[in-house]
Design a binder for this molecule. Structure first.
Ligand code: SDX
Length: 444
């Protein structure tokens, strides 16, 4: 377990606020009610089974608080998202992904010395061990970048076994900086490998995002020039993806970390969870959906009709959210960023016009209104990535790059909590009753 790091908040006093009474037949029991600083209170069922013999059942954990956390707060009804209490809108005018990463990791904004030291760590550790190039060479050129990223984050740990145990806070900060810095190199090298291009090494003189685009798009004879508007847009993209409380991939990182698995293994698992089309993979699915409309395969109106049809397995990708029942605030900010970037670059993208038309149709349709389905973070994000020249199959990799500080912060928060225990849910068994073994005729 971690000692409390100096800069970490000490756990806020938990207020217990009376009890809930659970009555089952003749049996009643009192269950404590816990309130956080914001958001829905919770009925503490820690002792439910030992006291009643019953389990709770909650498909997809839609009604379950899996932990206490001080990192991110979401109000799904009001469309609020705050990192360590700071509304994400406050980062829009001067997006600084390194500063926000430190904020998520350590609970407050860094002072000048802390920011400078963390930035230096990121600059110093962008390179990966030269022999990792042999690992890249082992992948087929058609290998999906998310498969490579997950594998290479685990492979990275083999070169940094000093980070398998992170009881020392300064070691934790070094490990966090290594992963956040090197993930760019791993992502860029995966892209270069799958396109048969020579690897472009990090350039220490370049800021975080510009260095990534340099490794992606420079050539051995010409440096990629990144427009400031694109750098700002990508920084904001990474900030808006940096954390989102107990989403599927973050809960995966916590679940894996709860067994004592190291930080790299836990983040590699998070990459796998994020890959799913219902989660981080949706940003790819949105572009594919819009491209079908652009190419005339289907009209927006027809697509919306299919998305409403229970007999079709079509969903309006980039719409809907488990928590937001109104606009995802990130979608609004990304839509504004789309406008800014495309206007500044003097380009138009028919996909943006189609996205707007789709949004307009859906938001005036009773099905989407009644189901509280609004654009989420993935609906506009791909258009920004396209404007930056990022290929579609790398979109979810960039989502992972953004989410890494959040995953690492949650892994740290869980490891710092003395009350943390290995995550091991129960089940409602609906299988066979006790059944005798009868070998098949002639089986032996
Ligand atoms: C991310 O958790 C996070 O915070 C995730 C994330 C993060 O930052 O980590 O915000 C990132 O994953 C954003 C979501 C990206 N995924 C998509 O855009 C895929 C499309 N959206 C959906 O598949 C869906 O809305 C989910 C997965 C996002 C949420 O699913 P839920 O909460 O389990 O909701 P559900 O599938 O039970 O749907 C509830 C109803 C159903 O209709 P009924 O059977 O009740 O009549 O809403 C319908 C669904 O059919 N519905 C949709 C829909 N989303 C839900 N119908 C059409 N199109 C959709 N997109």
């Amino acid at each position: 377990m971690f000692p409390q790091t100096a800069s970490a908040h000490s756990p806020l006093p938990r207020t217990e606020d009376g009890n809930a009474t659970l009555t089952i037949g003749e049996q009643s029991c009192e269950l404590p009610i816990r309130r956080g600083t914001e958001g829905a209170p919770a009925i503490d069922i820690t002792n439910l089974r030992s006291r009643t013999g019953y389990l709770s059942f909650d498909n997809g954990y839609a009604n379950t608080a899996s932990c206490e956390s001080q990192i991110t707060y979401i109000d799904g009804e009001k469309g609020i998202l705050r990192y360590r209490g700071i509304p994400i809108e406050d980062f829009e005018s001067r997006p600084n992904f390194i500063e926000v990463s430190w904020l998520l990791l350590f609970g407050r904004l860094p002072n000048r010395e802390e920011y400078t030291a963390f930035s230096r760590e990121l600059v110093a550790h962008a390179d990966i061990d030269e022999s990792m190039k042999n690992l890249f060479a082992g992948f087929p050129r058609t290998a999906p970048p998310m498969a490579i990223l997950s594998a290479m984050i685990n492979a990275l740990s083999c070169f940094h076994q000093e980070f398998y145990e992170l009881d020392d806070p300064s070691q934790f900060e070094k490990a966090a900086a290594q992963i956040i810095s090197k993930v760019r190199t791993l992502a860029a090298f995966a892209f270069r490998r799958s396109n048969g291009l020579p690897y472009i090494y990090p350039d220490r003189r370049l800021p975080y995002v510009v260095n990534f685009l340099h490794m992606m798009f420079s050539n051995t004879y010409e440096q990629h020039l990144c427009h400031d508007a694109v750098a700002d847009a990508l920084s904001l993209f990474l900030i808006l993806h940096a954390d989102h409380e107990q989403n599927c991939s973050t809960s995966t990182v916590r679940m894996v970390g709860s067994s004592g698995a190291n930080l790299f293994a836990s983040c590699a698992a998070g990459v796998c969870a994020l890959w799913g089309p219902l989660h981080g993979g949706a940003n790819v699915a949105v572009i594919q959906m819009l491209e079908k409309m652009r190419d005339g395969s289907i009209t927006p109106e027809e697509y919306v009709r299919l998305a409403k049809d229970k007999d079709s397995d079509v969903r309006l990708m980039g719409f809907g959210h488990r928590v937001y029942k109104t606009f995802d605030p990130r979608a609004k900010m990304l839509q504004r960023m789309c406008d800014r970037v495309l206007t500044t670059l003097g380009v138009t993208d028919p996909l943006l016009d189609l996205a707007r038309k789709l949004e307009e149709i859906a938001l005036t349709d009773s099905y989407f209104i009644d189901h509280n389905l609004y654009p989420n973070v993935d609906f506009y994000s791909g258009i920004i990535l396209k404007a930056a020249g990022i290929p579609v199959n790398m979109f979810t990799v960039l989502f992972a790059m953004g989410r890494l500080p959040g995953w690492i912060a949650h892994w740290k928060e869980q490891n710092e909590r003395p009350e943390s225990r290995i995550a091991r849910p129960h089940q409602l068994y609906t299988g066979n009753p006790k059944t005798p073994y009868v070998a098949a005729e002639g089986a032996r």
